[in-house]
Design a protein around this ligand. Structure first.
Ligand SMILES: Cc1cc2nc3c(=O)[nH]c(=O)nc-3n(C[C@H](O)[C@H](O)[C@H](O)COP(=O)(O)OP(=O)(O)OC[C@H]3O[C@@H](n4cnc5c(N)ncnc54)[C@H](O)[C@@H]3O)c2cc1C
Length: 397
């Protein structure tokens, strides 16, 4: 059913009123650090009652996943209504109530490839932030060449027996469940892979954190020692997991590409003025940095317009199937440029690593974290290969 302008106006008025009444004041300010971001899940410690309440209220309404169907915990909104919700949240500076691999990656894959029982079981829990997920794709010898993965899952009666190792598993030590690629037929490469869901509390699963240059340990090595996984946790057909894996990756790449937009970072120009000051004519008092920031802000505006265009093309079924690689590449480079400029604008202060003045080195750590943007979800070199071959039609090597 198409909506009239009046329907949408009514929806906007009601949404505005609901947000005014239900978004706690503390949730109308940007998150001040990583610890302030809500990931949900059974092991998550809420930073405040406001954070817990905001997730609960948005989850009950299905507005953590506004366009998912209602029977699966979504809001059942049209794309026009979801755009209005985003605008109204931005107007009030409401935080996104939940960051979630379940929403960004597994949810879309389950909606397309999951059984009805899997959709009804997992999707509402993802929408309400009750399960936190991690992604078990990469292995020590399978990164860019992911289909070389060797973690073995042997089918025995009504379960798989899983053995092997994953690496770079973001938040494996905090997640409740993992969506995982396993080898179920060693005689074939791409058609010997299956996509399964593993409860991280199953005996035989263990994790070991890996430290990053930002000083944090957001990811782990994950080990499987004869882990029993019920056959009902297989998504799609046996040995057909590669199709699901690739579909999920397009969503992951779009999510990483849009990272700068989604995380609502402080505007670079305003931060630079705060750090450096203005000249007599009211402009940033550093002509070289000023020109670089202007170039960045123009590129960022163009990228935002491109994201909107691709979103519309995708809804009309007209987006290029490999466009997520181009978005991922450009968005990752843009986010790295943003934080290079933030550090340049902040001077020596921006490099402070500890202490309350810098919020425990929040800017320096965010800058170092962006280095991983061009690796996670597939490296920049690999995305450029995809763009060259599949979008530009250039011959392969
Ligand atoms: C912050 C972060 C979070 C991550 N989170 C997760 C996670 O949650 N779950 C998960 O499964 N994985 C995760 N990863 C792993 C990530 O997906 C891999 O690191 C990535 O796919 C690259 O694989 P690799 O590290 O094995 O590098 P390799 O594949 O060994 O690549 C090494 C270098 O060779 C280049 N290269 C490789 N092949 C080609 C080619 N064909 N053409 C040109 N150059 C090439 C690469 O670009 C790279 O520079 C994460 C990584 C990072 C940095």
């Amino acid at each position: 059913m198409t909506e009239t302008a009046t329907d949408l106006d009514t929806f906007r008025t009601e949404t505005r009123a609901w947000l005014e009444a239900n978004c706690p004041p503390q949730m109308r300010t940007p998150a001040s650090s990583d610890a302030d971001i809500c990931w949900g899940g059974k092991r998550f410690t809420y930073q405040s009652e406001a954070q817990r309440l905001w997730l609960q209220r948005m989850g009950e309404r299905g507005w953590t996943v506004p366009t998912w169907p209602r029977p699966y915990g979504g809001g059942g909104l049209t794309h026009e209504e979801a755009a209005i919700l985003r605008e109204e949240m931005a107007r009030l500076h409401c935080r996104v109530p939940l960051q979630s691999f379940g929403i960004w990656m597994l949810g879309p894959a389950l909606l397309k490839h999951g059984s009805e029982a899997q959709k009804r079981h997992y999707l509402p829990q993802i929408a309400r932030g009750e399960i936190r997920w991690c992604q078990g794709y990469s292995e020590p010898n399978a990164g860019s060449d992911l289909a070389s993965l060797a973690t073995k899952a042997e089918l025995e009666d009504d379960h798989f027996l899983v053995s092997g190792q994953k690496i770079w598993t973001s938040y494996a030590d905090e997640a409740d469940w993992m969506f995982c690629l396993v080898r179920t037929d060693a005689s074939k490469k791409h058609t010997g892979i299956s996509f399964i869901l593993i409860d991280m509390t199953t005996p035989g699963v263990s994790t070991r954190p890996i430290k990053l240059i930002s000083g944090k340990s957001p990811f782990c090595e994950t080990f499987f020692d004869n882990v029993k996984v019920p056959i009902g946790n297989l998504v799609g057909e046996l040995n057909q997991g590669w199709t699901i894996a690739k579909y999920l990756l397009t969503h992951e790449r779009e999510m990483i590409g849009a990272i700068g937009e989604r995380s609502a970072p402080p505007p670079v120009g305003r931060s630079a003025v705060e750090g450096i000051g203005k000249d007599q004519s009211g402009r940033l008092d550093d002509p070289v940095l000023r020109a670089e920031i202007a170039r960045f802000e123009i590129d960022e505006a163009a990228f935002r317009a491109w994201l909107t265009l691709v979103g519309e093309q995708a809804r009309a079924g007209e987006a290029h199937p490999a466009i997520s690689s181009a978005l991922k590449y450009y968005g990752a480079e843009l986010n790295k440029r943003r934080w290079e400029l933030m550090i340049a604008a902040g001077g020596a202060d921006a490099l402070e690593w500890e202490g309350t003045h810098s919020n425990e080195g929040a800017a320096a750590r965010a800058w170092l974290r962006t280095k991983g943007n061009s690796i996670e979800g597939g490296t920049s070199e690999v995305q450029l290969n995809v763009v060259a071959k599949r979008i530009l039609g250039l011959p392969g090597a």
